[in-house]
Design a protein. Structure first.
Length: 475
């Protein structure tokens, strides 16, 4: 379901690469993948998609049909097509650990390769990382909003195609979803699968009570009853209480799901009725176009909801349709000389050179700020460091009192081969939760979060300033 063909790229990558090849312009280069702004107006982002990117990169090739298609376009010369026939990626990749909390402007993936190799993989890299990072972040926001409660990802029917559904299920689990409705994702990724019933089940029987009884007979250990088909607080709840009472007598539990209406009002009314009927251990599951903002409101209003089913906004990104991830040339040549893209928009002027990202933490392990520095710099504990604003304004601050410094970019692929075994999805999810827990709640607020500082080292700021001056045009 994931792209293995190297044709999974934009045409202009291929036209550029042919030019590099034919003109023998194929130096060693370094590219950075980073993103420009936080999605959802939030204060953090969860990095996801790395393991799948590495898997795809290992088998990224042109087969005979691909070459035949390119030949049919009439754009490519025979000697270039012969070169593509044997193409495989043989470079190095450094990356932040998947599941990490990350921020705009800092390199998440650093690619060392020939220009031809690095250029060809751009589309696949951005497609994989951008989408999964967006969805993992959305899931993490939902998880934070309900205090890491039970979250079911149930967006398969609203996802953008089969690959969108599968990638979304994977990424949502990383971000904090506890289960998925997607059976294939359960098989492929080992994600717990959950599901109850649709309104059609209720409507297929002569009465709600009969539909609930039949369901309870089939699934006595996981009886969740959808009570809003006709009358949530009337026939639906009445029948659920009757069936739930029988299950309790057998030593079993019942749950009810609310899929429409005023969830705050209904959940409180349902909780009161269930408790009065002696079903204090019955659970309430809510769905119906939920988002982190709605969940946050329901939690703060004291709505007695135990589990959350989130579909459309979880797997599509809701109001934010894509991550602003880009892939930019940072250094080239045998000496890896720093390069820069200069723009009248400071946010679009890139940070040059081969770089590392360092996370400074306090003595309790909580992150204080991230510093982007040149790889050649020695960033060691015990020293005082100046943090310069990325747009080279006069704003800066110093950090002298901290507990530790961690370099975030680590080698994941060397000479085209993995340096370690792939991490399990469950371990990535666990690491994501640890990463989120490290940060103060002010950075994780759903509304008006505190802004985490990402800065440049003094040396990197100087290199950037000099390159900007060199490319400044007089008018």
């Amino acid at each position: 379901m994931h792209a293995r063909s190297a044709l999974f790229t934009d045409l202009y990558e291929l036209t550029m690469v042919q030019g590099y090849y034919l003109y023998d312009e194929n130096p060693d280069v370094v590219f950075d993948m980073f993103f420009r702004r936080q999605p959802f107006g939030g204060g953090f982002t969860v990095f996801a998609g790395l393991e799948e990117f590495i898997d795809q990169l290992a088998d990224f090739h042109f087969d005979a049909d691909d070459i035949a298609y390119l030949r049919s376009l009439g754009l490519f010369k025979p000697e270039f097509l012969d070169f593509l026939t044997g193409f495989h990626f043989s470079g190095d990749v450094y990356a932040v650990r998947e599941g990490s909390v990350v921020f705009p402007g800092e390199p998440l993936v650093r690619v060392h390769a020939s220009l031809v190799e690095a250029q060809l993989i751009e589309g696949m890299l951005l497609n994989t990382i951008n989408f999964q990072t967006l969805i993992a972040t959305k899931a993490a926001r939902v998880s934070v909003a309900c205090d890491h409660g039970n979250v079911l990802e149930m967006g398969l029917r609203r996802a953008q195609g089969q690959d969108g559904a599968m990638s979304a299920s994977r990424a949502a689990f990383i971000g904090g979803a506890t289960a998925t409705s997607n059976a294939l994702a359960g098989k492929r990724y080992g994600i717990p699968v959950r599901g109850t019933m649709a309104h059609s089940w209720v409507m297929a029987f002569a009465s709600e009570k009969e539909s609930f009884e039949r369901y309870a007979d089939l699934y006595p250990e996981s009886t969740i009853l959808l009570i809003d088909t006709y009358s949530t607080l009337g026939s639906g709840l009445d029948a659920a209480i009757e069936v739930g009472t029988k299950l309790k007598a057998e030593g079993r539990r019942v749950g009810v799901r609310l899929d429409s209406g005023d969830l705050e009002y209904l959940s409180k009314q349902v909780r009161g009725r269930l408790d009065s009927a002696g079903l204090e251990d019955a659970s309430i599951i809510a769905s119906n176009e939920l988002s982190e903002e709605i969940i946050h409101h329901l939690i703060t209003s004291g709505s007695p909801i135990d589990s959350w089913g989130v579909g459309t906004s979880m797997v599509t990104g809701g109001d934010d349709s894509s991550l602003t991830g880009v892939y930019k040339l940072a250094a080239k040549g045998s000496e890896l000389v720093p390069t820069i893209k200069v723009s009248n928009q400071p946010a679009k002027t890139t940070n040059p050179g081969v770089k590392q990202v360092y996370r400074f933490r306090d003595t309790n392990g909580s992150p204080l700020a991230d510093l982007i520095a040149l790889e050649s710099e020695r960033i060691e504990e015990g020293q005082k460091y100046s943090f310069y604003h990325p747009d080279l304004s006069a704003r800066r601050f110093s950090v002298a009192h901290y507990g530790s410094i961690e370099p975030l970019l680590k080698p994941v692929l060397m000479s085209g081969s993995r340096v370690s075994e792939a991490a399990s999805l469950q371990s990535i999810q666990g690491f994501c939760r640890e990463s989120l827990d490290e940060f103060d709640m002010t950075f994780k607020r759903i509304i008006n979060p505190h802004i985490y500082k990402v800065s440049l080292s003094a040396d990197l700021a100087e290199v950037k300033r000099n390159l900007i001056d060199r490319h400044t045009t007089e008018i």
